[in-house]
Write a protein that binds this ligand. Structure first.
Ligand code: SAH
Ligand code: SF4
Ligand code: F3S
Length: 459
């Protein structure tokens, strides 16, 4: 009965020898985390490394992590544990992103196969850290240097898709009581206008026709023009809209406290600015908003939506919600459901509250039980889905411009986005990615629409 153990399975995997020549970057977090992942990949490519094919065995794997909820963090450690190739070797493992920032050296203690730990403000040092790891030295960098990483990164190369992310603002000073971002990303900083315009131009030269401006609080951006005059986020949007070959501008995530009348006006006046507003509210009860330290009320939030709809009646509004924040009563939760009915979101993200170490809410009494959270989340998501279906169905029969972003599953099929960020499948064999074409929407599902090239059918 005593079968010999298979030694390979039980010995720690040995790291592949030598300097890595192929890499893979896996991003787990928000859009800004995805953007960072793209910039790391571009930097490694500029260093002469090659992106490994999908499912190929890369020499270096960068796990670009997210610390926002416990689940996201657990996933990283389980991924690290499973990182072993059939021949018993493993890649060089770098943990980047917000878990790296939050947990630092603790990561290598918990997962000794991790070779590199690099925070979101330090990833321009990745090439040096790889060199250290090759030499068997400790490779950890979670500094938040005063000089921004952006200047040290290579210029944006040609892009595979016509739509790209562009981080313009980082960090957060808001300190919502449940959230780790102020700790993992540091204080709010805005990139200079000239650097943003240069990056946008490089993206456009690289085939991009839509940019999504990113920031943890994107609408808190401030800067100066070339003559030193103050610029707000709406001025930046107007400056970008002047770039001739850019067709569409989007942004996320905006915070209610930084919504200015100028930004609302820009939605009325700048045709390239898409009619879509991601404006998280988190909860529909003022008592809970206060405990969350959101510094806005339900009423002040609704006023913003009303003002926006007054100037741009077709605007699609999306949001983020947390259910089960400590102390949330059934009537607090009902208030969130009422808010859903008032706003009628075109889409929304919703999460169960996850206590995060070091945040004030984690120590609050009255934590909500997992069962109650599950049940509330289901009710919330059912209502959000119903509104999403309603929003999508209202597009059927309309002629809308879509920006073609990627190829579909069937020959000649392309997938594009409406101004309101809905995906549309269309058969358009003669169109190219990056084109904006008019389509007639013929049917709608919860997550996508089907369209036909406008005017194709006899009326
Ligand atoms: N700066 C943005 C959001 C950043 S985090 C804003 O203020 O809206 C993205 C979303 O994750 C948040 O909007 C919130 O809904 C969710 N989130 C953040 N911390 C969380 C936690 N501890 N538990 C559950 N969801 C959380
Ligand atoms: Fe987190 Fe609040 Fe800052 Fe958003 S505003 S990143 S939720 S602390
Ligand atoms: Fe996650 Fe960091 Fe973004 S914690 S949500 S990757 S800012």
């Amino acid at each position: 009965m005593n079968r010999p153990l298979l030694p390979n399975k039980h010995l720690p995997a040995a790291r592949r020898a030598g300097a890595p020549t192929t890499f893979q970057v896996k991003s787990f977090g928000c859009q800004m985390n995805v953007y960072d992942g793209e910039r790391m990949a571009e930097m490694l490519t500029a260093q002469g490394m090659n992106a490994a094919e999908e499912n190929a065995q890369a020499d270096l794997v960068v796990l670009n992590t997210c610390h926002i909820r416990e689940k996201a963090v657990d996933r990283v450690y389980s991924d690290i544990g499973r990182m072993r190739y059939e021949d018993g070797t493993r890649p060089m493992i770098a943990v980047a992103g917000c878990v790296a920032q939050a947990e630092g050296g603790e990561i290598s203690r918990r997962a000794p196969t991790v070779d590199i730990v690099v925070g979101p403000q330090a990833y321009h040092h990745l090439p040096e850290l790889i060199g250290k790891a090759v030499r068997g030295e400790a490779a950890l960098d979670t500094d938040m240097p005063a000089a921004s990483k952006f200047g040290a990164l290579p210029a944006r190369p040609r892009q595979a898709r016509p739509t790209a992310f562009l981080t313009i603002q980082e960090g957060c000073d808001k300190f919502c009581t449940y959230c780790v971002v102020p700790y993992t990303r540091g204080a709010e900083i805005s990139r200079p206008c000239s650097a943003i315009l240069d990056e946008a131009k490089a993206l456009i030269d690289g085939g991009v026709s839509e940019v999504t401006l990113l920031g943890q609080n994107v609408n808190a951006w401030t800067g100066e023009d070339e003559r030193g005059r103050h610029m707000g986020f709406d001025d930046l949007i107007r400056a970008l809209a002047d770039l001739p070959d850019l067709s569409r501008i989007r942004y996320m995530t905006s915070h209610p406290n930084d919504m200015t009348d100028g930004l609302i006006r820009a939605h009325a006046e700048v045709p390239k600015l898409m009619p879509f507003l991601h404006l998280p509210v988190q909860a529909g009860s003022d008592r809970i908003l206060k405990a969350m330290n959101r510094n806005h009320t339900v009423e002040s939030y609704l006023t913003i939506i009303d003002k926006m709809r007054a100037v741009r009646p077709d605007i699609a509004v999306s949001g983020d919600f947390i259910v089960g924040f400590p102390g949330e009563s059934e009537s607090d939760f009902e208030a969130t459901m009422t808010l859903l009915d008032q706003v009628r979101y075109s889409m929304a993200y919703s999460f169960k509250y996850s206590p995060r170490p070091g945040t004030p809410a984690a120590d609050m009494s009255d934590q909500i039980s997992p069962d109650v959270m599950d049940e509330r989340l289901q009710r919330l998501q059912a209502r959000i889905n119903a509104h999403q279906v309603e929003f999508n169905s209202a597009t059927v029969g309309k002629r809308v411009p879509i920006l073609l972003e990627r190829v579909g599953r069937y020959p000649g099929q392309l997938i594009g986005k409406t101004p309101w960020l809905q995906s549309v499948h269309v058969t358009a064999p003669h169109a190219a990615l990056g084109d904006v074409i008019d389509v007639d929407i013929v049917s709608a599902g919860p997550n996508s629409l089907a369209g036909e090239i406008a005017g194709r059918k006899a009326a």
